[in-house]
Ligand binder design. Structure first.
Ligand code: ZN
Ligand code: ZN
Ligand code: FE
Length: 763
């Protein structure tokens, strides 16, 4: 008795060797029928004996290729076709509704690596070797379905051998869209800084020579250009810092293999798995004393950002005579990573000594992702290459697609379609004009790939943010404005499917509040569709506005003036801030006194900055949160004392008061207490104060769920002690892991809020 079934399979099934897998399986089991890519995923019709068909189904779910994540959507009996006697792969169908998932870019697979290193293989040392189990995906795709004409491989006509592989269902490269070889595929070349090609038969060998000599080489990778330099040379790394105007922020390094990584840092089992994962992120690991890395690689951090080679080209380059390469994004500070040959020549000319380029275009630029281990599990810090566009779940309450345009800093955008949220790659700080262009392109490209047709647009409440203005310019959609810290907490609720209400503790830099002041440290009662502000850190003037974020000493003056009054505060400032010109301190005091360009903020980030400056740890932030990071690094972990927690009631809100803290801290400084102990007491105060807030709101709401979010929770010490303190009180702390706790998660949180509001108040 023959049976015939038609199945639609969605999930990650395109471009991952799924159809060849289905084909080979069907042939092996003697099943007839066909398989085809559709815009929704894959359509399979199979005909055979019922027992064989159920075995087929079982194998689909358990034996599928590494990169595939199939979901069987429908599985219905249809009429048997008696005259059918084979199984075929049909050409792609294009539908109007795009549901097929595109996979993230994947690191070169073991089989391809073997061929790469095999002198008898026709792809020996071919830098673009790939197969259905590995290689570029998201960065080269312009549209779905994932077929070669919809990728930047379109201009390359396959040679007979490659075409043979592509057409042979039994081959590992069957329908491998970027399939290529040195005869027919993309190739590498070297240029000088003027773009003039350099004569050589082996560009890789020559690039290695350049790197060995300490030159800075701009290398075109998967998601954009890297600036590479040998990581063991002070001179080489120093030159890169100087030319990139990057004073202190750490550089990521690439090492040959896991053994090399373990010489530089403590690589725990989770970090090891992350380093070796197909997404190949940069993994932050606690550094260990080593003879390998120049001190200039990570001068102010306890961590080393490490990654392993993820393209065949990287594998070839890592054969050079150097222990590690600094591999940092090829951009000028604050600009997006360069991904075109012309752009790189134009923008990186003053940094690079030469270029290693190729002619496989990058359609969508994508930075390296950054992850770390926190409490024995991965925690995302920057989500981009290797992770995007994998979808996150979202428990939908409303109908229709949503676009959320994110925050101003560390911007990402999110498209929601059905029960899936597609969070874009890290875009950057929108204040920069080219980053804003990249934002616009990302909205367009991710919108096309997901096929989302937004009926709701979610944005921040800040009226002058570029993303807000962009959202307002959209026509024919419903606009929903979401408070920054509401979005922070909603991102956590979305990730863990928390229905609310939850206690929301936000420890952040900057977020525009409903009272038009700058919020930064809030304790809130949070539901998906609304929130109530229950408490906050006392607000304080930020003299000079943004300048105060770059110059922590300005905040130090502000806290002193708040604690002691103008005259005494300024005098103390002059005494304690030894490296700052007293005239500048007086000028800042005057600004505060007169209320000139001194917006109020409850930012916890700024408080860390101020304390860092008072202790002489960090006077200027050359990168974001430098003061806070350096302060955390100084903490004496054995210190158990805490600065006094005093809380006042103001208009139904609890306010954490700062003068008692600042006074105790100044007394400690004057008494000669070591900075490590003071930093410890300050950290303990923050944790204690936030814990108190959380407890009282949890009580009021009768919930034990506490969501933590905001950039300050990137501080391991705060997050680990805070979660422990809450657990000790019987509460359940939650924080983002799949998305960053910083503003990279805001777009997803906005989407969660907008969905809930839309469901409650349908128009
Ligand atoms: Zn492969
Ligand atoms: Zn070929
Ligand atoms: Fe934030």
């Amino acid at each position: 008795m023959l049976q015939r079934r038609r199945m639609t399979i969605s999930g990650t099934v395109q471009g991952v060797g799924f159809r060849p897998f289905v084909y080979n399986l069907a042939v092996r089991l003697g099943i007839t029928g066909h398989v085809a890519n559709t815009s929704e995923g894959v359509l399979v019709e199979v005909q055979g004996k019922p027992a064989v068909l159920s075995l087929f189904l079982e194998m689909i779910l358990t034996g599928h290729p590494l990169l595939a994540h199939p979901k069987i959507m429908t599985n219905n009996p249809v009429k048997v076709i008696l005259e059918e006697n084979d199984f075929v792969i049909q050409h792609s169908q294009t539908g109007s509704d795009k549901k097929a998932l595109i996979t993230p870019d994947a690191t070169v697979c073991e089989e391809c690596l073997q061929e790469l290193n095999d002198p008898t293989d026709r792809r020996y040392r071919y830098p673009f070797i790939n197969c259905t189990h590995c290689g570029p995906r998201f960065t080269i795709i312009s549209d779905v379905p994932y077929d070669r004409p919809n990728t930047t491989m379109r201009p390359f006509q396959m040679c007979d051998k490659c075409q043979g592989e592509y057409d042979n269902p039994a081959d590992r490269r069957f329908h491998a869209q970027p399939n290529a070889c040195s005869v027919c595929g993309p190739h590498l070349w070297l240029t000088d800084t003027n773009g003039k090609q350099i004569e050589t038969t082996d560009p890789v060998k020559m690039a290695i020579d350049w790197l060995e000599q300490g030159n800075i080489v701009a290398i075109k990778g998967l998601g954009g250009f890297h600036l590479a330099v040998r990581a063991d040379s002070d001179q080489a790394v120093g030159a890169l810092r100087e030319r990139k105007y990057r004073k202190a922020k750490s550089f990521a390094v690439m090492v040959r293999d896991i053994d090399a990584a373990m010489k530089l840092a403590r690589v725990d089992p989770v970090a090891r798995e992350l380093l070796l994962s197909v997404g190949r992120p940069v993994v932050l690991c606690p550094g260990v004393d080593n003879e390998v890395l120049s001190d200039l690689v990570a001068p102010t951090s306890r961590y080393v950002g490490i990654m392993l080679p993820y393209t065949p080209l990287h594998v070839l380059l890592m054969a050079g005579n150097y222990p590690a390469l600094v591999m940092t994004s090829g951009n000028n500070s604050d600009e997006p990573i360069e991904c075109s040959n012309e752009g790189a020549l134009e923008k990186l000319g003053a940094i690079a000594d030469g270029y290693l380029m190729h002619n496989r275009d990058i359609y969508t630029s994508c930075d390296d992702s950054v992850v770390k281990t926190f409490q024995q599990a991965p925690q995302m810090i920057r989500r981009a290459r290797g992770f995007v566009p994998a979808a996150l779940g979202i428990d939908r309450k409303s109908q229709g697609d949503i676009l959320a345009v994110g925050a101003e800093l560390k911007n990402t955008v999110t498209f929601v379609k059905g029960p899936q949220a597609f969070v874009s790659q890290h875009i950057g700080d929108l204040g920069n004009a080219t980053t804003y262009e990249s934002f616009l392109r990302t909205v367009e490209k991710l919108g096309a790939l997901t096929g989302a047709r937004p009926r709701i647009i979610a944005c921040d409440m800040h009226p002058s943010m570029l993303s807000t203005r962009f959202a307002q310019s959209y026509e024919g959609v419903r606009l929903i404005k979401v408070q920054h810290h509401h979005a922070h907490i909603a991102a956590v609720m979305g990730e863990y499917n928390l229905p609310g209400p939850v206690v929301g503790i936000v420890a952040d830099g900057v977020g525009y509040g409903t009272d038009q002041t700058v919020w930064g440290c809030e304790a809130m009662a949070v539901w998906p569709e609304r929130f109530e502000r229950k408490g906050y850190l006392q607000q304080i003037p930020m003299p000079g506005g943004d300048a105060a974020s770059r110059q922590p000493w300005r905040m130090a003056v502000s806290y002193l003036v708040d604690a002691y009054g103008l005259e005494k505060g300024v005098a103390l400032g002059c005494e304690l801030l030894k490296h700052i010109d007293p005239k500048q301190i007086e000028a800042v005091g005057m600004m505060i006194g007169r209320g000139v360009n001194s917006p109020l903020t409850s930012s916890l980030g700024r408080l860390f900055d101020g304390v860092s400056a008072l202790l002489g740890v960090c006077m200027e932030n050359s990168y974001e949160a430098q003061g806070a990071i350096e302060l955390e690094n100084r903490v004496d972990l054995d210190e158990t004392l805490a600065y006094p927690i005093e809380i006042a009631e103001r208009e139904k809100c609890k306010v954490i008061l700062l003068p008692p803290v600042i006074d105790a801290l100044v007394k400690d400084i004057n008494a000669g207490i070591p900075a490590g102990k003071i930093a410890g007491r300050f950290h303990n105060f923050i944790i204690g104060a936030l814990e108190q807030m959380a407890l009282s709101i949890a009580d009021e709401l009768s919930t034990d769920c506490v969501a933590l979010s905001g950039g300050v929770f990137q501080n391991d010490l705060i997050l680990s002690r805070m979660t422990q303190a809450l657990k000790n009180k019987g509460l359940l702390p939650y924080f983002s892991r799949k998305l960053p706790v910083n503003d990279g998660g805001i777009s997803y949180g906005q989407a969660v809020v907008a969905d809930a509001i839309a469901a409650k108040t349908a128009i």
